[in-house]
Design a protein around this ligand. Structure first.
Ligand code: ZN
Length: 319
């Protein structure tokens, strides 16, 4: 081999070695850069998903506490008069307050947690017992009442107001088919109840709870129209974010009602609106009340208040 040929062969070998070196270096770089990039990307995804999970868990918790808590949530509306003390035949459907989606909620900003005890469907044979318990503990509540003309009911409306509780409206007839038949029917019913309560108590009620809640699936007219109608009359509607579960068809034990309420007041909010029913058939609700009040009052930074014009409303997402 001539020295010229040797030199050429050496050059070729050097170039081949250089190419190989570059290839190895490139491979090593890729092996480092790609995993690092993947790790960063996945890390960011994990953090973002974690936030989403937390948000959904929060929402689920709120949703669950708004449910009829023994799992007997029902979409069947019974229009039969179930309230034995309903002297004027105003039917109270115990299986109301359906389709509960308490998500649109405004929170108070101060440090205190506020609990609002609310009683629907009264007055009833149990109203006095409820009022006696509230008086004993010096606690004010809110009654979303329906229209009843018997003597005991008239006294009950007056006692509610005289003892400093909030008198809210829950429709005059509480007949879903009637209240939600048309906007006109809704307004007529509303006017009847507001005027009636004013004539008895001298108070014009400005608070409303829709039969079945604002998220009910019964109304034939859009709930947004009815909400607008309340707004025009300066009436604020309240749903709930804690259910005692006492709307259930089967009577719950008072211990179950206590558990439902206390589990519902779970620290996720500053504002808790608790749903109870004031009905002759709901004796265990009243039996549960002293223990519930004692447990709430024993909680730190927690107060029991009646709904007022200053209360931030708890309102479901409407259908
Ligand atoms: Zn009701």
């Amino acid at each position: 081999m001539s020295s010229d040929q040797e030199k050429k062969e050496k050059d070729r070998r050097r170039r081949r070695v250089n190419r190989l070196k570059k290839l190895i270096l490139g491979s090593i770089l890729c092996m480092i850069v790609i995993p690092v990039f993947c790790a960063v990307f996945l890390g960011v995804r994990v953090v973002s998903l974690k936030h989403q999970v937390e948000e959904l868990t929060d929402r689920l918790r709120v949703y669950e506490t708004g449910q009829v808590q023994d799992g007997t949530e029902t979409n069947i509306i019974t229009e039969t008069a179930e309230n034995p003390d309903s002297a004027d035949g105003a039917a109270t459907a115990d299986s109301d307050h359906i389709a509960q989606q308490p998500l649109r909620e405004n929170e108070e900003t101060d440090d205190m947690i506020s609990v609002y005890l609310t009683f629907d469907d009264g007055p009833s044979a149990e109203t006095d017992r409820i009022l006696d318990i509230l008086k004993e503990y010096d606690v004010k509540a809110t009654f979303f009442v329906i229209g009843k003309t018997d003597e005991n009911s008239v006294k009950a409306y007056q006692r509610i107001v005289e003892e400093g509780h909030t008198l809210g409206m829950h429709s005059y007839s509480h007949q879903y088919a009637q209240v939600y038949a048309s906007q006109e029917a809704f307004e007529d019913d509303l006017t009847s109840l507001q005027d009636y309560l004013f004539s008895i108590t001298g108070m014009e009620s400005t608070f409303y709870r829709f039969p079945g809640g604002s998220s009910n699936k019964v109304s034939k007219i859009p709930m947004s129209d009815l909400i607008q109608c309340l707004k025009e009359r300066n009436i604020t509607y309240f749903d709930w974010n804690v259910s005692s579960g006492d709307a259930s068809g089967t009577q719950l034990s008072s211990q179950t009602i206590i558990n439902n309420v206390m589990n519902g007041i779970n620290g996720a909010h500053k504002n808790y609106v608790v749903l109870f029913h004031d009905s002759a058939a709901k004796k265990t609700t009243v039996d549960a009340l002293p223990e519930i009040i004692e447990q709430i009052l024993a909680m730190e930074h927690t107060q029991i208040l009646p709904i007022t014009g200053d209360t931030e409303p708890v309102q479901h997402r409407i259908n």
